[in-house]
Design a binder for this molecule. Structure first.
Ligand SMILES: *Cc1c(COP(=O)(O)O)cnc(C)c1O
Length: 370
């Protein structure tokens, strides 16, 4: 009986760096810097540098990061925000929670990403922002997008929750739009040992504004004065310190993800088609998603029977989720077709060639069953 092939393997990553994690944990317990403090300051500086952004603000999670960017920009009632519908629900949720209206759009079938021409067609006088989701770890071509949005006075917000370290045109995500939201949910490419998130931006005014909103609207002048109605969304000192250790390994782990993806692309049997990679060295493969031409239920059952984990990201697009459904029955042909065909295969830095060979063998068997 061969061993189980898991979808992700956090324990394997943590075993690699366990002494450094233990040491940081002890330092934070000793210093009692649990909220804010040097742990958070150091990580914010390191993460901003890593992304090539001037500022990073640690927040409680990736969804808050998105919401805080929108609030920090003053986007709300009466504003439209363009969102590709094939994303995790949080992208749409943040827009709705700010009081703005999500305008769901279709995507490029080759990459599953937002496309500048689709965005151009969706612009109205009410458009305030576009959410560029770097889905599955591949960066949206933000330069092409901004050629369309900048002249219209529309800002690009990056949802980089799945793309820590990804690049396009020589720049890292987190430095491409007006601001970027990152999630440090444990399963992301850079994951905390709990929840966490960050906003990156080059704009010092927006950075200060978001920092204030995330800390009860506290004034820069005095900790006892509050300039606006804020909230509490902060990154823990412990999480920041542990994230700092993991940040030092992110590039190496992303390289290993690319190796795994390369093996998949070599070995995938007919009937399973990965998305087009526009910049091979820039993709960080948070997920490895393929379109499958045959009965997906059968594919899933066969993988499960062979002790191989799998997932679907995502089977129901945002515009078809009950609380987010637009008034008129909107149809998005590509997004809806993809939702019915995609399957996510195991992807993490600790898979080896034998694992990938076995996954692809089992997929090959499905073709014979069908
Ligand atoms: C994970 C994720 C989020 C939300 O991050 P949380 O930290 O879980 O709140 C937002 N957008 C995308 C695309 C994600 O994958």
């Amino acid at each position: 009986m061969s061993r189980r092939i898991s979808f992700l393997d956090l324990a394997a990553s943590h075993r690699e760096i366990r002494p450094a994690l233990d040491q940081r944990w002890c330092e934070i317990v000793e210093s009692s810097g649990f909220v804010g403090g040097a742990g958070v300051d150091n990580f914010e500086r390191d993460f901003a540098d890593y992304c090539g952004a001037a500022h990073a603000i640690g927040v409680a999670n990736g969804t808050d990061a998105l919401e805080l960017i929108l609030q920090g920009l003053g986007i709300g009632g009466g504003d439209e925000v363009i969102v590709a519908s094939n994303t995790f629900i949080a992208t749409a949720e943040a827009v709705v929670r700010c009081g703005a209206t999500p305008v769901y759009v279709d995507v490029d079938p080759a990459t599953a990403l937002l496309d500048a021409e689709i965005v151009r067609a969706a612009l109205t006088p009410h458009t305030a922002a576009v959410m560029a989701v770097h889905l599955y770890g591949q960066a949206v071509d933000v330069a092409a997008l901004r050629a369309v949005t900048d002249p219209a006075g529309v800002v690009v917000i990056e949802d980089a929750a799945q793309a820590h370290g990804a690049r396009t045109g020589g720049h890292r995500v987190g430095s491409l739009g007006v601001a970027a939201a990152f999630s440090f949910y444990p399963g992301k490419n850079l994951g905390a040992l709990g929840d966490g998130g960050a906003v990156t931006t080059d704009d010092p005014v927006l950075a200060a504004n978001i920092r204030s909103i995330a800390n009860h609207g506290r004034s820069m002048r005095s900790r006892y004065e509050h300039d606006l109605v804020g909230r509490n969304s902060r990154l823990d000192g412990l999480q920041a310190a542990l994230l700092g250790v993991k940040l030092g390994h992110l590039d190496e782990w992303n390289v290993r993800r690319r190796v795994v993806a390369g093996l998949y692309r070599e070995l995938l049997p007919d009937g399973f088609t990965p998305f087009t990679v526009t910049e091979p060295a820039g993709h960080v493969f948070h997920l490895f998603v393929v379109r499958c031409a045959m009965d997906r239920e059968l594919v899933g059952k066969t993988l499960t029977a062979a002790d191989i984990d799998w997932g679907i990201h995502y089977p129901v697009p945002c515009h078809l989720q009950a609380p987010y459904r637009p008034e008129a029955g909107l149809e998005l042909a590509v997004v809806e077709e993809l939702a019915g065909e995609i399957i996510s295969l195991p992807m993490h830095p600790h898979l080896d060639a034998a694992d990938i060979e076995r996954v692809c063998e089992v997929l090959g068997d499905v073709a014979h069953l069908a």
